[in-house]
Design a protein around this ligand. Structure first.
Ligand code: IVH
Length: 680
């Protein structure tokens, strides 16, 4: 039909083109110029018109159309993609003197004492992303991953309004990779958490987790509903075209091409001005619309950046100055005792709500009795609450004056389980108090069922914590096996559970019956059997029957299973109650096919003992440990003659010295990464 000039189709093509360029230019005004010319409602109207046209003529729906931000059909998995220019991380400075050392290092490397120009910018607390443009059209979005390879999240990044699908102007290089941070502004975080709570779902801990979780969705329609933003902070690959010779001018270009850049970015001369910038930002931090966890300083000149180069995985020409953990004062109202899945009793501080680090805190973990004693805590005490990044808020110290606290009530530990009244037992080696009630204890049953239904276990969609609490309280279920007998009628009788959600939940439970041996072993909640150990046990034995038959010796042959874990596995699988639950699961149709047993397959680092020390730039020490363990190594905290190898990150101290004095093999982070890559 397009043959006829001025046919309906031709008119539609023209109209769609006009709408698309209008929408792109309004987007540009909004994000790059911060000067919108139309209201959100008017923007939505234009978008709606384009959507209607595209619905009528689907061939008009180009990948760079602003309508494509609503997400598309779910993917089976994320593809892995290579970063042609590795995505590096940053070295850290924790105080002003470390920042001054940074400038001195630069000057001595450059053999020039004159003051350097730095660009100072907030360190956004989100998720790093790489965006690839071919001829100005977004063709790929990827996560950082290990810096060399990330995950292809193109469908998800397309849904983010501040990411241009098509670059503005025409002076961009034909191949251009833009890097930046995707984050969730605080208001957006509050909104999605309010929605999660209303739906009885678990809220996110902080905006960064929420942003990461939103990007990890295989279904981009979910990502589209999260108000994510992206702020550009550097270039990666660039081929063709000419680029400015400073970072600041490049950021200006990025803004002109349609990216959101940080309005607090500043260029300064000399390190003292950087110190001053830090002070100014620290004062602004609490009032910002988004979370930042520090400041990034970058040498402005690309010529100097090139001369300075890189060390390990971080550039020499940039540094991150981290903010200290945030603290606030409040009052301890009470201490409650929670009973966990394994019966462990955890004291939890109830606090007068206080705003710290961007969130309102009203609970803090107290870990155990020793911690309470260490703090010398009493009810009604004035305390300092600390929140560092991801960590659960903690009580740092008591600040009530001695005179004021003489009459304050002490914290009394329960002598029986606060939920079921069973006796408590204190384990010798750990400062942990445990309820001995087992399946008698409603709290342990609830937590056990929550664990069974959780994402890494049977992953029962829609079975939230509050539903499980109600089901156990109403005695509709006692064990995990009872989940499979639940009916729509029973579920629809619960609070805030409509017929439709009850039907969906029953369907999700049916789907979850087809599981795998590693998931089942993890889901059973055997003490000390986390996801990795469950996988190891599954691949080693191949079937639950073989695992049930295994004696201690056979269990100890599994990499990373020691006497403690072996004992917990044997205890669990010889307990008649547990065996009855497993039998009921089978009867209810839960199936976990046998897998090919790897038996004695030897992992590459089996039998080796490794230690990690100092700061790693590419990953946390915890992540390094996990990777080593996956290769069969045992990872310990101290160096001895038995240590096979020490990985020494930046500023390694006494462990490095000890390893050298004992003649233990030492490798740096680059060698460590090369080893991980070669074993992958
Ligand atoms: S520059 C080679 N600038 O911080 C330079 N990074 O360890 C690489 N980040 O996860 C990064 N805000 O995503 C840079 N203004 C900023 C940043 C920033 C946040 C994140 C980045 C990475 C980490 C660096």
């Amino acid at each position: 039909m397009s043959d006829t000039p001025n046919s309906d189709f031709d008119l539609a093509v023209k109209a769609a083109d006009t709408l698309r360029s209008q929408l792109n230019s309004h987007n540009y005004r909004y994000y790059s110029l911060d000067d919108p010319k139309i209201s959100d409602g008017e923007y939505d109207q234009l978008l709606r018109r384009l959507e209607n046209l595209e619905a009528l003529y689907p061939v008009l729906r180009s990948a760079d159309s602003p309508t494509q931000r609503v997400g598309s059909a779910p993917l089976a998995e994320f593809e892995s993609v290579e970063h042609k220019v590795p995505m590096l991380s940053l070295a850290n400075a924790f105080d002003d003197d470390e920042l001054r050392d940074f400038e001195r290092r630069l000057q001595s490397r450059l053999d020039d004492d004159s003051a350097l120009s730095f660009v100072c910018e907030p360190k956004l607390d989100g998720v790093a992303v790489s965006l690839l443009y071919h001829d100005g059209v977004l063709v790929q979005g990827a996560t950082r991953g290990d810096g060399f390879r990330g995950e292809n999240i193109t469908a998800n990044v397309r849904t983010i309004a501040s990411i241009p699908l098509k670059l503005h102007g025409d002076d961009f290089p034909p191949v251009l990779e833009v890097r930046g941070e995707i984050y969730l502004p605080r208001a957006g975080f509050d909104a999605i958490n309010a929605e999660a709570l209303a739906k009885d779902e678990k809220p996110f801990v902080n905006p960064r987790n929420a942003a990461a979780g939103s990007l990890r969705q295989l279904d981009s329609r979910i990502t589209a509903k999260r108000p994510l933003e992206m702020c550009a902070y550097s270039l990666g690959l660039a081929e063709g075209g000419t680029l400015p010779d400073t970072h600041l001018a490049t950021m200006q270009r990025l803004k002109e091409w349609g990216f959101l850049t940080n309005s607090l970015m500043e260029s300064v001369v000399g390190i003292e001005a950087c110190v001053d910038y830090y002070q100014r930002l620290a004062a602004l931090r609490a009032g910002l619309a988004y979370d930042i966890d520090g400041i990034v300083y970058k040498v402005d000149s690309f010529r100097l950046q090139e001369a300075l180069g890189f060390v390990a995985r971080a550039p020499r020409w940039a540094i991150a100055r981290k903010f200290p953990a945030e603290e606030a004062r409040t009052r301890l109202l009470d201490v409650e005792f929670q009973v966990g899945r394994t019966g462990a009793i955890t004291p939890v501080a109830r606090l007068e709500p206080v705003f710290v680090g961007g969130v309102t805190v009203s609970n803090a973990t107290l870990h155990n009795e020793d911690e309470i004693q260490r703090l010398g805590l009493r009810i009604d005490d004035q305390v300092v609450v600390r929140r560092a990044g991801d960590v659960i808020p903690q009580i740092a110290r008591v600040v009530t004056s001695d005179a004021d606290r003489a009459d304050l009530p002490a914290i009394v530990f329960p002598t029986t389980c606060p939920v079921c009244g069973s006796a408590l037992q204190r384990s010798e080696e750990q400062a942990v108090l445990r309820c001995t009630g087992g399946l008698v204890c409603a709290a342990q049953r609830k937590e056990g069922i929550k664990h069974f239904a959780s994402r890494k276990a049977l992953d029962i969609d829609g079975l939230g914590d509050k539903i499980i609490d109600q089901l156990v309280d109403a005695k509709l279920i006692h064990t995990v096996a009872d989940l499979f007998t639940l009916t729509v009628e029973q579920l629809a009788g619960l609070d805030r559970m409509a017929n439709k959600s009850a039907t969906n939940l029953v369907a999700a439970i049916v789907v979850a019956r087809q599981t795998t041996l590693p998931r089942l072993l993890y889901a059973l909640g055997i003490r000390e059997v986390g996801e990795t150990t469950a996988k190891r046990l599954a691949t080693h034995f191949g079937s639950l029957e073989k695992l049930e038959e295994a004696n201690e010796e056979a269990l100890l042959a599994v990499s990373d299973v020691g006497p403690v874990v072996a004992d917990f596995v044997r205890q669990f699988l010889s307990n008649p109650d547990n065996l009855a639950v497993i039998a009921s699961l089978r009867e209810a149709g839960v199936a976990w096919p046998d897998i090919e047993a790897a038996g004695d397959q030897v992992l590459p680092l089996a039998g080796q003992v490794w230690v990690l020390t100092g700061t790693l730039t590419a990953m946390s020490r915890g992540q390094g440990k996990e990777q080593l363990e996956a290769l069969g190594a045992k990872v310990t905290g101290s160096v001895s003659a038995k240590t096979t190898c020490l990985v020494a990150g930046e500023s390694a101290g006494s462990k490095l010295e000890k390893a050298r004095s004992l003649g233990v093999n030492v490798i740096d982070e680059a060698e460590f990464l090369a080893l991980l890559a070669s074993e992958a």
